[in-house]
Design a protein around this ligand. Structure first.
Ligand code: IFG
Length: 529
């Protein structure tokens, strides 16, 4: 049945009919939702995140041993790099040589910058497939990279094949499409984060927020305060050895992410969530005594000493070194759960910490609790409330948005990837409730917060906290497939956000996730292929 459907599918697409091949397979008494009627999506209808517009039609391109990736005779170095990276991404699954050449003439996959294509903006692209090849056009190398990720999904998961004739014209809805990973509660090697960057970039997520410090660990070397990493990094939740990244390793990760058009936003969480720093330096404590390192999972018990000048030397030194490692514009200073810092002290501290960020040429991002203090001009607030968040908190955030502060939306009961899917989920937490795949997808960032217009929403971010996530498979089980839904919420037009259609497109990603060895939750609400 499947072979017949695929052959039928290819014939239709090749013939330019491009219609979605749908056949009602008799599934007998299969009770799974959606099992009764399996629509085999046509290639241009299975793209995720859904593009702004896609149309199948015309003859397809035979992607095979003769395919050349062409970047154009006078292509800038960055375009050649996009071509090389795309070739690398395609060679593995296809097993094809895919040389990269500069000449534009001839069949193949052509990458073309077109500054006149203003409608494509900073990250958009056009992808056009005819018998002679696939032409990727964009105003920027980032757009060409995103076009390449779409092309990957028009190719078979393995081997050579026909890219069906058609055209995609695509631009993102939100500028900030993020994923956060907490490397403080549990230490993870840079290699694991690089693998995550590959996965994020495949679905056009363009920001990696690294939660580098917390009560249980300090994960980045700071030259002027070496014990932060060497002592404060030598533990983690559960009492494991922990670890930390050298600056060289961190720079390598930042460069790796930049090659995939993923900006890194480092977070130094303050004034709360600082036990690792306090344990490393007695002088940071108001009473001059360093607490023990902490390996539990409580929150809100630690605070920097707001009244001590040494604290601000620490803040300046640390944020200065982190800013120097950060090519991107944002520096996240946390600000959440400062339950041991009196409100007036919190506001005074955040005033000074924000001034330090500005001094080092960066823009502040902070958790939305900053709305209760004095957010600096241009400061971005990251909202992590949920359906039970008090109206007062929401209105403080709405007021900050009205005052011009852009918002990143990370609702804990939608976008927190550490929330269990259901009671059977082993890793993760459930303080914000269970978050099944459908719930994680079924919200509209443009109208999610009352009194907050879409124009105030910078974007969305999926956050993976790691109190009880310690391995790659636990990480991937929690992140996939909900990350794909959040990638779509960040990229696709509001009109495309439709669970009945999305669930079929998500199901079609399974062979790709499996080919990449990604552990994922086979949610019952998705008709997995
Ligand atoms: N809230 C804490 C995190 C983490 C999380 C786990 C924020 C901003 C609960 N703060 O989310 O440190 O403990 O789900």
């Amino acid at each position: 049945m499947r072979v017949l459907r695929r052959a039928l599918g290819t014939l239709l697409v090749l013939g330019g009919l491009g219609a979605a091949v749908s056949c009602t397979a008799a599934h007998g008494d299969d009770a799974r939702p959606g099992a009764g009627r399996r629509a085999a999506l046509a290639p241009y209808e299975r793209l995720l995140p859904a593009p702004a517009s896609a149309r199948a039609g015309g003859a397809g391109y035979a992607f095979g041993p003769g395919t050349v990736i062409r970047t154009g005779p006078d292509a800038p170095r960055e375009v050649r790099q996009v071509g090389e990276l795309l070739a690398e991404q395609l060679r593995g699954p296809s097993g094809l040589p895919l040389p990269v050449a500069q000449g534009q003439e001839g069949d193949g996959i052509r990458l073309r910058l077109d500054d006149a294509a203003r409608e494509l903006g900073a990250e958009g692209y056009r992808l056009r497939t005819t018998a002679s090849g696939v032409t990727l056009t964009a105003r920027t190398p980032a757009g060409l990279f995103h076009a390449g990720q779409t092309l990957r999904q028009l190719l078979p998961v393995r081997g050579a094949g026909v890219v069906p004739g058609g055209e995609v014209t695509d631009t993102p809805r939100f500028a900030y499409r993020g994923a956060m990973v907490d490397v403080a509660r549990h230490h993870f090697p840079v290699e694991q984060v690089k693998r995550y960057v590959d996965q994020l970039a495949q679905y056009k997520i363009n920001t990696l927020h690294l939660h580098l410090t917390d009560d249980q660990g300090w994960r980045i070397a700071i030259d002027s305060w070496p014990r932060l990493a060497t002592y404060g990094g030598a533990s983690e939740v559960g009492g494991g050895p922990g670890g930390y990244w050298t600056k060289a390793a961190y720079r390598d990760l930042v460069a790796y992410a930049a090659q995939r058009y993923v900006d890194v936003v480092p977070e130094i969480d303050m004034p709360g969530h600082v036990n690792a720093a306090l344990a490393s330096y007695a002088e940071l404590n108001c009473d001059g005594r360093a607490p023990e390192r902490y390996t539990g999972t409580k929150v809100g018990f630690s605070s920097l000493c707001v009244g001590k000048e040494r604290t601000y030397e620490f803040v300046d030194d640390v944020l200065g070194e982190i800013a120097a490692l950060t090519p991107g514009r944002y520096l996240h200073i946390g600000g959440d759960e400062a339950h041991s810092t009196p409100a007036a002290d919190y506001a005074a501290f955040m005033d000074r910490a924000q001034a330090v960020v500005a001094k080092h040429g960066k823009t502040v991002v902070a958790w939305h609790q900053l709305a209760g203090a004095r957010p600096a001009r241009g400061a971005v607030l990251q909202y992590w409330g949920h359906d039970k968040t008090p109206a007062a908190d929401r209105s403080a955030v709405a007021a900050a948005a009205r005052a011009g502060h852009p918002l990143i939306l990370s609702p804990a009961d939608r976008a927190y990837l550490d929330m269990k899917y259901d009671k059977a989920t082993k890793p993760g937490l459930s303080w914000a409730g269970y978050v099944p795949v459908q719930r994680s997808y079924s919200w509209n960032p443009g109208s999610y917060l009352p009194d907050v217009p879409e124009s105030s929403v910078l974007g969305v971010e999926a956050a993976l906290w790691t109190e009880n996530i310690a391995t790659r498979s636990e990480w991937e089980l929690m992140a996939f497939p909900r990350l794909l839904g959040l990638a779509e919420l960040g990229w696709s037009p509001a009109a495309a956000l439709d669970w009945p259609a999305y669930r079929l497109r998500l199901a079609a990603q399974a062979p790709r996730l499996e080919a990449q060895g990604i552990t994922y939750h086979r949610a019952p609400e998705v008709p997995w292929e």
